[in-house]
Design a protein around this ligand. Sequence first.
Ligand code: GLU
Length: 557
Amino acid sequence: MTDNEKLAELLFGDTDKTVEYFEEKYPPRELPEGARVTRFAPSPTGYLHIGGLFGALTDILTAKASGGVSVLRIEDTDKKREVGDGLEAIIDGFRDFGLSFDEGVTGIKTQKGAYGPYIQSERLEIYWAVAKKLVAEGKAYPCFCSAEELDGIRTQQEKEGAPFGGYYGKWAKCRNLTYAQIEEKIKNAEPYVLRFRSDGDGEKRIVFDDIIKGKMEVPENVIDEVLLKSNKIPTYHFAHVCDDHFMRTTHVIRGEEWLSSIAKHIQMFKACGFKTPKYAHTPQIMKIDGETGAKRKFSKRKDPEAAVSYFVREGYPKEALIEYLMGLLNSNFEDWRRANASADIFSFPFNLKKMSASGCLFDLVKLADISKNAVSVMSAQTVFDRVYEWAKNYDGELYRLFSLDKEKAVRILNIDRENPKPRKDIAKWSQVKDCVSYFYNEIYSENYTLPQNITADDACEIIRAYRGVFDVRDDKQVWFDKIRSICAPLGFTANVKEYKKTPDAFKGHVGDVSTVIRIALTGRTNTPDLHAIIGILGADETDARLARAELLFKEKN
Ligand code: GLU
């Protein structure tokens, strides 16, 4: 037995499973040529960032477009970043937006697939088996340096202007401890971390091909990176290498913040004897800062829309957000969508190479446009179902009002819908209450402010005349003819063209007359089809509102 082998036994005596065992347990996947295995690997921080949804979509689309497999793996090795129910936000986020992975974590307590477990804290024996092998081969060693010692090294490096900061080369005090020295320290129960023994040369560079960023050249890694922390929990770097090997990931798609660690990762794959996967580093999603007008990263603190839960709370239809993200992912998506209006997004021929390498801009206005279009083609029943479901969680008052008479709610939502030019005023479910408020006395806020060109006196006359002819049974034509009929006697004209020709001859035109009626009935100057609104309000309520308006206009005189 060599000293290194002895050391492996000393450090990992309890680890009986070997790398060979796991190679057999997790064999290369039998997939068609070109199939890609991807994974989304969030930490359970209790927060699903919009960039996370973007990343997950990239993973799922890449796998789907190639007949491969997408995996959801939970990276819970950094306890500092974790919160108690951290997994829930991730699971809920994906469920809310209808995304699911082929394999991995499927719920708070559920997982599926033959390459699991898919939560890193449940995979410790795998990391330990690989670590044991690395120690036996002299590629890893225990380091007993304390935090103070490490600080001291850093200070000294700064003083001397060392080319790299960190634990390496002559600075790596524990690199050359003898077996006997280590045995002594272990006997004394001195805490230690396990470090990688880097064979990198800081003068040399490695070249690698990132699918999104293209060919890149970076210096070799010289640092003896920590593989296992003092509690034997792996660092991200080591867990990434072990997991992506044994899960047989072909394409590691992850945020560009990891690009700076790439030399380390490639080096570790080689040292472990594993094939390096392909990498694609995705750009950050950016936004325009409201105050400065400059492009910047999303801030968890400043931007509520950084969290996916914001879109749920606001009631953006899930398909609209996904549709919008698709356009950000691949700029040819919108053309594809025009040609394939009702196709499933997963039939889109997604291509990682077409992703922007420099970052994409998230624009709430564009999202709202996409959303308005999506809602405009939904049936009234669908809109009702979706709003009702949303209101159950986020707007008790609206939920109660809708519960009282669901049929009425569907009729309201059907105004100016299900026709070739549907209304496009709803982008998110939280806007619906305002759109329907005048149908419900409990939440209707009257507003009798008149346009400048109409006096209270005229308004009063208009309402009085209208009350004289109003009949709730009138069809739309008759209804409108009646409004036209009251114009002339009050000094208005039913003919808009005529008004435009000789505005001074009239107090206003038929549009002004209907505006007054609209204000009297809804408190607004702008609404969908007024005839339909009256039909839903019914004769009694319409007359009551007209009577009240008449009175108020009269009092204003
Ligand atoms: N757990 C890492 C993170 O949350 C994932 C990086 C990766 O995808 O490899 O940033």
